[in-house]
Structure formats: C-alpha cells, structure tokens
Ligand binder design. Structure first.
Ligand code: ZN
Ligand code: ZN
Ligand code: FE
Length: 760
C-alpha cells in the first residue's frame, strides 16, 4: 500500500521528522518525511497495510513531548512502489492555510542540562547547548520551513562532530536545527560598556562574578537583552533605579534554582509547576518571612517576579557565586521595545551598564519574558510572550473569517484568528512611537508568514486616535478588507467568552481606560455580550468621577482623590494643603486644584475602576505617583493583603450605577479609626461586591447563568476572590481568563473574536 499523509499542528522544530523516521523504520516502511513551507509535515509511506496502520496509531500516541498534532489527513496513492528505504528529504515550499505553526522557545531540557555538567561530554560547559527537545525556535526563525538555513543558526556551519550527530537517527540531535558545540556554535564574549573586549577565559562565569561584585551588565539571551545586577547589594540597584523610569518599578529576577527561590519567596505547587515548565515564565511569588533580598528589588510590594534559568548560559552565571538570584529585567529604553541587536545595545544601554555579555547569534524576532501569577491555584497571564507565542489558543468553535487584530495601545499584542486557532503575537509593549509601531507591523507580518494567513477582516480599537487604529485603517485599505472597530471593554469580554466557549455572558470589565461608545473614558463596566452580535449592551458601570487636569490625574492619584472627595461633599482644602508636598508642584498646584474645583473647570469624567483604586491609595498614603502602569493599584493590593472588612458599606446601586463617592468618603473619615490594611481591603471588597451585585442582578433578569471578570483589574487577587464568592453565592458560574491575559495583552484576541464570530 502507498499513502501520503499531511500532519498539521506544531510539528516543526520539535523532533517530529526524526520521530517519524524511527517509526517508519520500526514498521518496515519505505518513503519519506519532509517539512512543508506552511509549518506542517508531509509523510509518504510504502509497505504493508498492517504496518501502515500501526504507524498511524503510533504517530499520534507516541508523538514527541513538544509536538502538537491538530490533524492527520491521509490519502491512498495508486501506482507502483518508488522507494526502497525511508528518508528525511529536503523540505518543500508548498503551502496552504493549514493552521500549523512553529513552536515557541523552549527552556533547556534535563538531558542537555546533564550534558552541560558532564566533563566527559563534548558540550561540557557549552552555554548554548540544545537538542530537538529544547532551545530557541520562534526567536531564530526568519521564514518557513524550519530548516537551519532559514534560521539565524545558518551563520554557524556544523563541525564534523555535530554533523555526525545530526545525521544519526539514533541520536537526540538527529536533524536538530539548533545543534552546535564549542568549536562550531555561537560564542559568548564580554565587553566594557563602550564595546571594548574584556579578556576572560570563561566570559559567562566571569559575568556572574561581576554581577555578584556589584556591576551592572546587559546580557544577551534568546529574545533580547536583559539588564542584570545583584539582588543583594544596594549600590547597583540604586544606580539602576536612579534612571528616571525605574524609580519604583519592580525588577524581575532570575533565581539560581527552585531551592534558592524558596529561600526568599513562597512557592506553592502551582507556582512550582509554572516556574519549572518548559516555558519558564516569570511568576509573581509572595515574599516570604525570610525574604532577605534588597527592598529595592520590588519596593512596597508583597510579591516579586521570579523566573528560573532557561538556557545553559543562565545556569552558568550562578556557578561561581553565592547569590541566590540576579535582577534580570528586559532591557527596554524608555517607550521602546526590548533591545535585540548588538549595535543597538551598545548605543542605547551603554549609559546604564558597566559591561556587556554578548553572543554572536542574531535574534530574528525579539520576545520578552512572559509573566504570570497564581490565584487560588489558577494561572493568570499578566503577559503572554516567550515560551507561549506563537502557539495558538485553541477555540471550541471555528471562526467565520480569518481576522487580523492590532489591539489597543498599552501592553499591546497583535492576533491572527484562523478557523479555531488564535495566534497571539509576543508582547509588543506600548504602541506610542515609531519604534513600537514598527515592531507591531513586523510582528504582525511575521504572524502572517508563519500562519500563511491572508486575513479578510482587520480589527482594532474604537479609539480614533490610537496608533493601532490608524495602522489598522491603512492595512484594511491596502487589502481591500473590511475594518471592524471594537469597543475596548467589549473586546475584553469577548476574549473571555471565547476562552470559555460562551455564546452569551454578563461580564464585569475593570481597567484603567478604554474609549467608550459615547466617546467617554470607561473603565468599570458591566456588559452583556453575545458572540453573534458586533454590538453589546452596557448594563452598568461605576459612578463617573472627575479627573482634575484630565490625563494628568492618572499620573497623580491625589488629583483623583481630591475630585472624588469634593464630589462626595468632603471639605478637601485642609487635607489637600496638608498633603500638597505629594503633588509635583506642591502648594501652587494644590491652590490651582482648589480653584478648578470651585469653578468646575479642567476636568474630564471617568468610570475607571483603576482611578478609584488610585484615589484610595492616595487617601491611605500608599502611593502618590504612578511611575509605572498600575502602580497605585498594585501597591494598594499589597497593603490590603493582611486586611479585613471593617467598613461594611452596603454597595449603593442606582439603576445601572455603583456609587464610589460614598466609599472614598467613608475611607477618608475612618482613617484614624482603622488600619491602612483594613481600609484598603474594605475598598476592594466594596467594589467587588458592588460590581458583582450589578452583574448578578442583571444576569438573573436576562436569564444568563455565567458572569465573567476581565480587564487589567482582573489580575487583582482580592477583587477576583471577593467577586467570585459573591457571584457563586448568587448561584451563578464565575469565569476568569486562563490562557489569555485579562489585561490589554488579551485585547487583540478579543477583537479577533468579535471580528470572526459576529454576524455583520
Ligand atoms: Zn535538550
Ligand atoms: Zn559542532
Ligand atoms: Fe483594558
């Protein structure tokens, strides 16, 4: 019998062809296997019918650990036998919209790690040791199919030893495209901040020693540069912080090992699982009682972002030092994407670091680390990037159309939706300038190439002034495709519904800002959405509150607090004048604010949940400036962690609105009576219960059984927990995100869902 088989899914870059080869040999079959230009694999088999049957069942049952098989289509061929043995042959360029994709980058596997430590092994201490089961993929691929000449490994021709392994079917590196060893592979080297070579026999371990001694280094990894420093010494941390944009923003750190992480943080079983998974994300861990790292690592927060080493290089950094961890934060110049090229690194990071640890392999596509946290044993994505992108989110239903979406503005991603798969790009960042715009375009184009998708709908946010909106309009016009603009919170809700395969739901969507259908600033919304409809119903929202000085108020929480308290009937002057030093222009600014209040000018209104949390954090002296996205709310959550309900304010609901003025007033008036922790907790509790009441009342009326929670504020553990309890107590099912970020990193996915599933 002769059959031809097309396999789709993640079957390139995961040792699939070697696996097929071994399987064919085991079953006495002749023919070939080859990669296709659409990221799929093609197999031709000749032999006994029974042997082919056995081959087919083994194919899906015994597939390599990282392979993901979506479909296996086989057709019987007529004609005579043409092959006398089985071979891996040259890839074909054939393409169709198969939904196949290449895998994300994969952390060093245990076998490679053991070889790295084995003095007898030829790759002993080789910092870029990899095999078919591990190593970079997404970040080195320029085009499909996944062959070495299509990756940035093409600059490193195989030596005789590596070639032999590459050709040996019994070897783990049989047809491994990233195979390399010390003589033939990428090399690491140290330089000063101006790029002069620093001679070191062992540059990686030397870098580790420099970090331990207090130097700041830029270290090139798989998807870009990290800025690294000690987590113990104040001096380098202070130096890092002294650059304006890093005053308070927590630094992610890389721990030497799981044991080392446990010496300063709490690691539960779910955290353990995520930390050591092949994706190796940064996981937010609660600081433990024995936390002994510098407070400058994650100032005024109860948790910190920790990841484990994911390359040989990372492991080796710790070899000759006692440090339990190093700061390992993405190297982004202000408002720019992570730095990936050596020259750009010298140019933009030279002023920040003392040394560079370079390697000479090019990064084809930049990719930031992913960030997650765990809520009650459930994973929550704060950022879905390295280790996950570009693997698709699988939906339970097929989209009507192929859609490309460009997301919003902050923490952005792009998304391509094809059939039942959504391919979300790596983290792009804040699309506000030329560099990030270019990165977004490049990442979208790359997704197009990888999925071989030609979209027939372009989706973006409703905001008329977003860079992504303009870009989407250009793309739609160029392709002659329809453009669909999706309201921000509708996109959040749709993302959640698609994740859970819901046709209809009531969703609470809380975040900082989204452009409303009335042009207003929304951010504390209760929506009813149906997957079939391009529209939605706004069932309720938080009380609109004034922002004194508009956008400026989202930077300085005092301004929100003053506006809200004044609206609540509190005489704010004494408190404002007493605390004017917390405003950037002190008394002058305070007087100006009072003047504005009196005249009722210079304000815009918002229903934002984020701004209410900001105001509470200012009233409780927790945070007076948002120096990074979400700072006041994050610090308030930290402050609330040990608190309990003390206010017992009944949520005031008026028709479709949850009042918040009364909440802030109650907090203000009880400041002397209760602790900051208790009041901070009570604020969370009020908002969560009030929004849950709005949602459950409406859901019951509409006959809807599911209530969801989405938006950036859904990353808040306390809000989520209290809301879950309230919704479940009402007899409804409560749903949160599991595989897509609740924040704006999930927005492009939600836009795609509206573009792909609704009737228009
Ligand atoms: Zn490996
Ligand atoms: Zn070699
Ligand atoms: Fe949002």
């Amino acid at each position: 019998m002769r059959v031809k088989i097309n396999v789709t899914g993640i079957v390139q870059g995961v040792g699939f062809r070697p696996f097929v080869y071994r399987l064919a040999l085991k079953n006495y079959l002749a023919g070939y296997v080859r990669n296709r230009g659409d990221a799929g694999a093609e197999v031709l088999l000749e032999g006994d019918t029974l042997n082919i049957k056995n081959f087919m069942s083994d194919l899906t049952e015994k597939k390599p650990p990282l392979a993901q098989i979506d479909s296996v289509k086989s057709v019987k061929l007529s004609g005579k036998k043409q092959y006398d043995k089985f071979m891996i042959i040259k890839s074909s360029k054939e393409v169709e919209q198969s939904g196949s994709i290449i895998p994300p980058d994969i952390a060093i596997c245990n076998e490679c790690l053991a070889e790295l430590r084995d003095p007898e092994n030829p790759r002993y201490e080789y910092f870029f040791i990899t095999c078919t089961n591990c190593g970079p993929r997404f970040t080195i691929i320029e085009q499909l199919p996944y062959d070495r000449e299509n990756t940035t490994m093409r600059d490193f021709p195989l030596c005789g030893f590596c070639q032999k392994e590459y050709n040996n079917p019994a070897n783990r590196r049989f047809h491994a495209q990233t195979v390399a060893c010390p003589p033939c592979g990428p090399k690491a080297y140290l330089t000063t901040k101006t790029g002069e070579a620093v001679s070191a026999k062992d540059p990686v371990r030397e870098a580790g020693k420099l970090l331990s001694e207090g130097s700041i280094l830029a270290i090139k990894g798989y998807g870009g540069f990290h800025i690294a420093s000690s987590v113990m010494l104040e001096t380098p941390l202070e130096r890092l912080r002294s650059t304006k944009h890093r005053r308070e923003k927590p630094f992610a750190i890389m721990a030497k090992s799981l044991e080392a992480a446990k010496s300063f943080a709490q690691v539960g079983s779910k955290e353990h699982e995520l930390l050591s998974s092949p994706a190796r994300p940064i996981v937010l861990l609660n600081k433990s009682q024995s936390y002994n790292l510098s407070p400058l690592v994650a100032p005024h927060l109860h948790n910190l972002g920790v990841m484990l080493p994911y390359t040989g290089l990372h492991y080796m950094l710790f070899d000759q030092v006692e440090d339990p961890a190093f700061v390992m934060t993405s190297a982004n110049p202000p408002n720019q994407p992570i730095v990936k090229d050596n020259e750009a690194a010298l140019e933009t990071l030279g002023g920040t670091v003392d040394y560079f640890l370079f390697h000479n392999r090019k990064i084809a596509h930049r990719c930031d680390d992913s960030v997650m946290r765990v809520h009650e044993n459930r994973q929550v994505f704060l950022r879905r990037s390295r280790g996950y992108a570009p693997a698709p989110i699988r939906l339970k239903a097929k989209s009507k159309r192929c859609v490309v979406s460009l997301g919003g503005e902050l923490n952005n991603t792009a998304c391509v939706l094809l059939d039942d798969k959504a391919f979300i790009s790596q983290h792009i960042g804040d699309v506000e300038n030329v560099e990030t715009r270019a990165f977004l375009q490049e990442a979208t184009k790359h997704l197009y190439h990888l999925t071989n998708c030609h979209s027939n709908v372009v989706a973006c946010d409703l905001h008329p002034k977003f860079t992504t909106t303009a870009l989407a309009k250009e793309m739609a016009q160029a392709d002659g495709s329809p453009l669909i603009q999706v309201q921000h919170h509708h996109a959040h809700a749709a993302a959640l519904m698609a994740e859970h395969n819901l046709q209809e739901a009531v969703t609470v969507v809380c975040d900082g800002y989204g452009y409303g259908t009335d042009g207003g600033a929304w951010g504390g919304e209760v929506l009813f959405c149906s997957l079939e409809s391009p529209d939605f119903m706004r069932l309720g929202h938080l009380e609109p509150q004034p922002l004194l000085g508009g956008d400026f108020a989202s930077r300085y929480p005092m301004r929100v607090a003053v506006g809200m308290l004044d609206k609540a009937g509190v005489v704010v002057e004494p408190w404002l004048m007493q605390n004017s030093s917390n405003l950037p222009f002190g008394e002058t600014e305070a007087k100006l604010l009072l003047d504005q209040l009196e005249k009722g000018v210079g304000t815009i209104e918002t229903t934002s949940c984020g701004r209410v949390l900001d105001a509470v954090s200012a009233v409780l002296d927790v945070c007076f400036e948002r120096s990074y996205e979400g700072e006041p709310a994050m610090k308030l959550e930290s402050a609330a962690l040990t608190g309990k309900e003390v206010l017992h304010e009944n949520p005031i609901l008026h028709d479709d609105m949850l009042h918040t003025s009364n909440l802030l007033r109650a907090i203000f008036e009880n400041k002397q009576k209760f602790s900051v922790a208790d009041l901070a907790y009570s604020a969370h509790s009020y908002l969560a219960k009030g929004l849950a009441a709005l949602a459950t009342e409406n859901a019951t009326e509409l006959g809807i059984k599911q209530v969801g929670f989405s938006g950036g504020a859904a990353c808040n553990q306390i809000l989520t927990k209290v809301m879950r309890e309230a919704v479940e107590a009402a007899g409804l099912q409560f749903l949160v995100h599991e595989n897509v970020p609740a924040g704006d990193g999930g927005l492009s996915f939600g836009q795609s869902v509206v573009g792909g599933f609704s009737k228009f």
